[in-house]
Design a protein around this ligand. Sequence first.
Ligand code: TRP
Length: 339
Amino acid sequence: MKPIILTGDRPTGKLHIGHYVGSLKNRVLLQQEGNYQMFVFLADQQALTDHAKNPQKVRESIGQVALDYLAAGLDPEQVTIFIQSQIPELAELTMYYMNLVSLARLERNPTVKTEIAQKGFGESIPTGFLVYPIAQAADITAFKANLVPVGTDQKPMIEQTREIVRSFNHAYQTDILVEPEGIYPTNEAAGRLPGLDGNAKMSKSLNNGIFLADDMDTVQKKVMSMYTDPNHIRVEDPGQIEGNMVFHYLDVFGREEDAQTIAEMKEHYQRGGLGDVKTKRYLLEILDRELTPIRERRLEYAKDMGQVYRMLEKGSQVAREKAAQTLSEVKAAMGLNYF
Ligand code: TRP
């Protein structure tokens, strides 16, 4: 049997090029390898753990992120694409796993800790938010995923899932649950793409990103406004590469055949005599090469949203069968199979 890969995203906005280089692109490569059974899903329930009062945003993002998936090259014939909330078995699994995890353990999860601080919950942390790592363990184990490609910020979730698997299998003397491995980005530069303004994070709220849905003019305007070297005032001044977003993006999006040009530009820039407009024009060329086919596919799929939702419905049916199978094994292992 092929190893099972599962991963997902919180639908809280359209995907940007940071998502693309950090994860989407790699998913498409894994799909093309053809050696895996793949599940990719929209974690709308997890998105609601901190958007309970704004379900409309989550609902709208479902269609947008599904378009981003298809545009990036995920193929529903090869990958099961589904929506978390359409698989009630996941919530039921979560109930059983909750008994195996202490509150203290959840409060120690470093990613949850950081998020709690960032989101400013204060003393009012939603219970659903605190337990989302357990729900995430349900997502992963319901599909018996062997491999989970995620960002490095998700390491604690994988670790917590592994603990739950061991704890479950030990408590109920079984081996039905599978311990997953995380797959993390290897390319340091792409692991977390900084924003156009040099902020460590590209995000919608900071308005410092390029979206897969952006048209060419928008991309051009955004690239022309990118943060470079504030001390590089006249073209003949020597410029700095470190922290210069144009060169950072060139390192991330340049291909092998561009490496020499990029190296020469870096030298020229540092020596002085190479203007920002030139480096930005070159970056724009490189980005267009990558983004134009994605943009065109996205526009094509967007013409028929009905078809996109039918694809999600079909994927959710397939996923649900698999999750239901695991749930019945889990209940049997716990002796909850009475009739
Ligand atoms: N927590 C992930 C994120 O914020 C999304 C997610 C939910 C996920 N369930 C998952 C990722 C299961 C991998 C596997 O990006």
